[in-house]
Design a protein around this ligand. Structure first.
Ligand code: ADP
Length: 164
């Protein structure tokens, strides 16, 4: 497709599942903006600036990918950057109902913008930022879930394995 696309999310933190969607969807569009949502997670582990910086480093090899943050309505942001497509990942049926609702609402707000869904690669189907944070907070090994850089940053936030 010839339009610019947005992959929005909290990415607190970015997982290998997110990275997989970024790599795959960036091949479909001339430009993909990974857009970190400013106002969703009330008590994030990583600040928006930290998340943007991590994602930038992890995608710098891919010239089609740009990283940004946004506030407020996604459809207003889409207009402001002249994007025609929103990319979302679907892990399981549990994602579907919520994602469908959001996509339909967004299309009603701004009919110039369509949402497309990429199904998760099977190996990452169980992965979520929440699970990563949970495991990291108990000092567990998250190396199979996140890129090395994210693992290091999580270690800084949560420390190593805790006693007891
Ligand atoms: P949000 O808080 O907006 O759901 P997330 O950061 O959790 O943001 O996820 C952003 C997008 O990435 C969503 O479309 C979500 O379905 C997708 N996603 C989350 N985890 C994975 C995964 N393991 N594999 C593929 N896509 C995923």
């Amino acid at each position: 497709m010839k339009t610019r696309a947005i992959y929005p999310g909290s990415f607190d933190p970015l997982t290998l599942g997110h990275l997989d969607i970024i790599e795959r969807s960036s091949k479909m569009f001339p430009e993909l903006i990974v857009a970190v949502l400013r106002n969703r997670a009330k008590d994030p582990v990583f600040s928006v600036e930290e998340r943007v910086e991590m994602i930038r480093k992890l995608t710098e090899h891919n010239k089609r990918v740009h990283v940004d943050s946004f506030d407020g309505l996604l459809m207003d942001y889409a207009d402001s950057v002249n994007a025609g497509v929103i990319v979302r990942g679907l892990r399981a049926v549990t994602d579907f109902e919520y994602e469908l609702q959001i996509a339909q609402m967004n299309h009603t707000i701004n009919e110039k913008v369509d949402t497309i869904f990429l199904t998760t690669s099977l190996e990452y189907a169980y992965l979520s930022s929440t699970i990563v944070k949970e495991v990291a907070s108990y000092g567990g090994d998250i190396s199979k879930f996140v890129p090395k850089l994210v693992e290091e940053k999580c270690l800084e936030k949560f420390g190593g394995r805790k006693e007891g």
